[in-house]
Design a protein around this ligand. Structure first.
Ligand code: ATP
Ligand code: RIB
Length: 311
């Protein structure tokens, strides 16, 4: 067995401000919350921490502001073993933040002010290219400029690196991005927005996936929350059920899922086994509060699995 796989993440870093409420506020409404927590987040940083806790050697590429929150975020990454030499402290912007509400079912609403995420440039990725070239996987999401995502995917693919793109939050994708993607991992809403097809049943999921495969992606994994994930590639498709748990906070479930998928593939698992592992890691995450703080270590995932009934 080889040593730790190297995983590089290009993406966002946020400080999350989370209020737990009895119900999510409607437009124009104020809801009095029960608890408040400030904790590290951002889809990119969450994927980096998740990958590191699952056993990969992880490099993060991104931007924070040259401010107090930025320093806290970089420290949080270091504490989880993530290499931060490619996280730039931008002097002309502020650290990105997310305002989150979580209800008793673990559902959330999120509003992001991207700040320094929006200043990430191709050159920042170019500087990390020697590391990306040695990586087994490159993880991308859509909280940084799309031209940076497109550039990173193209350059990684040229070097034979497997690219995992979580197209969240939704943005239309340039057509020539798809051919550089090893695994595209939208949730149901993002898959509908990308394809113009409504996700009503498994047949419709198949239609969505076919459309995305036709654009050139090697694998499509549509995540379905408590229902699990739908995997499709050129040889076929199947729905892989989620583990049954009582969710406390689903914030970061997608990030845990994507990191686990990439780490498992980097370790040599088939894409199907990697989706099973990703369902397990994400189920473990949703039982804990906090996007990044709730991400499980490998040994916690094993212990969690021992106490579960298989789906
Ligand atoms: P988020 O934006 O909240 O991080 P997402 O919308 O990107 O998540 P989901 O499809 O909601 O993604 O969840 C990702 C994965 O997390 C699912 O495919 C599943 O494996 C796991 N998951 C999410 N919610 C639950 C749940 N209630 N029970 C078990 N597993 C869950
Ligand atoms: O995926 C969860 C993340 O989305 C949160 O940590 C928040 O920062 C938003 O970016």
């Amino acid at each position: 067995m080889m040593g730790k796989p190297i995983v590089t993440v290009v993406g966002s870093l946020h400080m999350d401000f989370t209020v737990v409420t009895d119900r999510l506020p409607s437009p124009g409404e104020t809801v009095i919350g029960k608890t408040f927590k400030m904790s590290p987040g951002g889809k990119g940083a969450n994927q980096a921490v998740a990958s590191s806790r699952l056993g990969a050697k992880v490099y993060m590429v991104g931007r924070v502001g040259r401010d107090y929150l930025g320093s806290l975020l970089v420290e949080a990454l270091k504490k989880s073993g993530v290499e931060t030499a490619f996280v730039i402290k931008d002097p002309s912007s502020y650290t990105g933040i997310a305002l989150i509400t979580v209800d008793p079912q673990g559902r959330n609403t999120i509003a992001v002010a991207p700040g320094a995420d929006g200043a990430l440039r191709k050159e920042d990725v170019e500087r990390a290219m020697p590391i990306i070239a040695q990586s087994s996987a490159l993880l991308l999401q859509l909280e940084v400029p799309i031209e940076v995502v497109t550039y990173a995917a193209e350059e990684a693919r040229k070097r034979g690196i497997k690219v995992f793109l979580n197209p969240a939050p939704f943005k239309p994708l340039p057509e020539d991005l798809y051919r550089n993607i090893f695994a595209l991992t939208p949730n149901e809403v993002e898959a509908s927005a990308l394809t113009g097809i409504e996700a009503k049943d498994e047949e419709k999921l198949g239609k969505m996936a076919s459309k995305l495969l036709d654009l050139g992606t090697e694998n499509v994994v549509i995540t379905l929350g408590s229902k699990g994930a739908f995997l499709a590639h050129r040889k076929g498709s199947l729905l892989i059920p989620a583990y049954r748990v009582k969710p406390l906070d689903t914030t970061g479930a997608g990030d845990a899922f994507n990191a686990a998928l990439a780490v498992a593939v980097a370790e040599g698992s088939s894409i199907e086994d990697a989706v099973r592992f990703a369902n397990l890691v994400a189920a473990c995450k949703v039982t804990k509060l906090g996007a990044q703080e709730g991400l499980p270590k490998r040994n916690e995932v094993e212990a969690f699995k021992g106490g579960l009934i298989s789906p």
